[in-house]
Design a protein around this ligand. Structure first.
Ligand code: TXA
Ligand code: MG
Length: 500
């Protein structure tokens, strides 16, 4: 029997075009910059649909013909870019008067289920209103809530425990990763890994940043094995991964308001927060510090694994200490082979650099490690963060700040284009660059991190590119820094440490 197809239903306004109220005219349509790439990646696995509630029709503010013209324009523009929308379901009702399209059941999901032979249980509705999530669940599909458009405004109305993401790019990554999760669920591997963790085993698993090497945070013997496998010094504390607020509550003694604001806004996601720990958190996990680093990862497989393990999971990146972090399951196997009990393959990591770490150990938030969440986003939410001071008494403040880290076997140097011109000829060199074009014939190999200069794409490719260059037996890898904004901070930080 042919497998039924999976679908994504997008709420039109606020998920892939800007929500500017009643759109009457195609000239008012503004696509989000990430829409095209996200939809192109998604359509490999999913049929794509648009669902749009145009209550302006019911209220007499716009006509059906105007709404239809905007929908047709959106469809046509996407088709020109090679993205096919199967159908548009446009509802004209006022939701506050009990829109019959979604009560008691969203008719269009069932309509599409019949017309396109869909498997709704593996399909998603993506929207920026709590209704979108509720109607998905009423039809047996899943809802993803985006903080774009109305998302921030209605966030409090969203039932708890739902998946909240920052935009269409994150949503696309989530849905791709969900495919891996379902496969491992069907094969039983996910349940096996959860049992293993409960019984003190060590398992490698994907997160959206890098793969982690995990163990029950409350089982000291299991945690000790992580240190042995990684050959990691015991003074370097681990990040504890949680699946929900209850698990967070088991780890931390207090959450100051700005930390709570960051948690509300960015979890699950690439952000780790250092907070005062509860007394029963093992010293091995925190290297004897009075604080513990916690994060809720934004990968469906990681969350499902931690939830089923029923315990917070301590997990450093799944690489030998000081070496390049893994962004695929194969990277983990290449570096650690069969030293752990199980490796879960959740696909390539969508962020590709480790989480940003913010400490609330002192009076003011400190940025301990730039990472997958841009500093700008953190400061917009929680106010200014400061750099770690060099002298912080006797305590290890941010051991990830050990100068040499993320290093390939091949010597790596961070150089500008003009430095390169002065390098002696004759050695075999590789270039790691955002998107610069090198002089012809100069380098034996070139890795372009993002042809269009997108720093998020560059971050996702960074560690894989370093690994590929490292396999070529070069004399030297030359790396150019990238612009120092957004994820550029994290990329440049990794390059400098890899060069030490
Ligand atoms: O994205 C990530 O954060 C990945 C994935 C697996 O979640 N994990 C990761 O872990 O990068 P690891 O162990 O490679 O880096 C953890 C960093 C270390 O630099 C450690 O020193 C710091 O977090 N850290 C942990 N607990 C701390 C604490 N209580 N105070 C200050 N820094 C802490
Ligand atoms: Mg690491």
């Amino acid at each position: 029997m042919k497998a039924k197809r999976k679908a994504v239903f997008f709420d039109r306004d606020g998920t892939f075009i800007e929500d500017r109220g009643d759109l009457r005219d195609p000239g008012e349509v503004v696509f989000f910059p990430d829409t095209e790439d996200a939809l192109r990646a998604l359509q490999k696995d999913f049929l794509l649909f648009i669902v749009t509630n145009q209550s302006g029709i019911g209220k007499g503010r716009i006509t059906r013909a105007e709404a239809a013209a905007v929908n047709a324009y959106v469809e046509r523009r996407l088709l020109e870019k090679g993205i096919r929308i199967e159908a548009v379901y446009c509802c004209p009702h006022r939701r506050d008067e009990g829109c019959p399209c979604i009560k008691p059941n969203p008719y269009f999901l069932h309509q599409a289920e019949r017309d396109f032979d869909l498997n709704l249980s593996e399909s998603f509705v993506v929207g920026d209103h709590p209704h979108d999530v509720t109607l998905a669940e009423n039809a047996g599909a899943r809802g993803l809530y985006l903080l774009t458009g109305h998302g921030m405004k209605h966030r409090d109305e969203l039932p708890s425990g739902r998946i909240v993401l920052r935009g269409i790019r994150e949503a696309a990554a989530w849905m791709a990763a969900d495919g891996y999760t379902r496969r491992l669920e069907r094969s039983g591997a996910l349940e096996d890994a959860a049992n293993l963790l409960r019984q003190g085993g060590v398992a490698a698993f994907p997160t959206e940043t890098v793969y982690g090497l995990g163990a029950d945070a409350f089982n000291e013997r299991a945690v000790a094995r992580i240190f042995e496998i990684k050959r990691r010094p015991r003074f370097d504390p681990l990040i504890v991964h949680v699946a929900d607020r209850e698990q967070l509550g088991r780890m931390v003694a207090a959450i100051p308001d700005p930390a709570q604001a960051l948690i509300d806004r960015f979890w699950p996601g690439p952000l780790t927060i250092v907070l005062p720990k509860k007394g029963h958190v093992p010293d091995l996990v925190t290297a004897g510090l009075s604080t513990v680093a916690v994060r809720m990862p934004g990968h469906p497989l990681a969350l499902e694994l931690i939830r089923r393990a029923e315990t917070p999971i301590a997990a450093p990146s799944a690489n030998p200490f000081g070496q390049t972090s893994p962004t695929t399951a194969q990277h983990v196997l290449d570096q650690l082979a069969d030293q752990m009990d199980q490796v879960l393959d959740g696909g390539p990591c969508s962020v590709g650099v480790e989480s940003t770490i913010v400490s609330f150990a002192g009076d003011r938030p400190v940025l301990l490690r730039p990472g997958g969440l841009p500093r700008e986003d953190i400061e917009a939410c929680a106010g200014p963060v400061t750099e770690p001071s060099v002298h912080a008494g006797s305590q290890v403040v941010a051991p990830g700040m050990l100068p040499r880290h993320y290093a390939p076997q091949t010597k790596l140097q961070v150089l500008s284009s003009s430095d390169v011109a002065n390098l002696p000829r004759g050695s075999r060199m590789g270039l790691l660059t955002l998107n610069e074009v090198p002089p012809p014939g100069f380098f034996a190999a070139v890795e372009v991190l993002s042809a269009k200069g997108d720093l998020r794409e560059a971050a996702a490719h960074l560690f894989g590119a370093i690994r590929r260059l490292d396999r070529l037996n070069l004399d030297l890898i030359v790396a150019h820094t990238v612009p120092e904004s957004g994820l550029g901070l994290a990329i440049n930080d990794r390059l400098r440490r890899a060069a030490k």
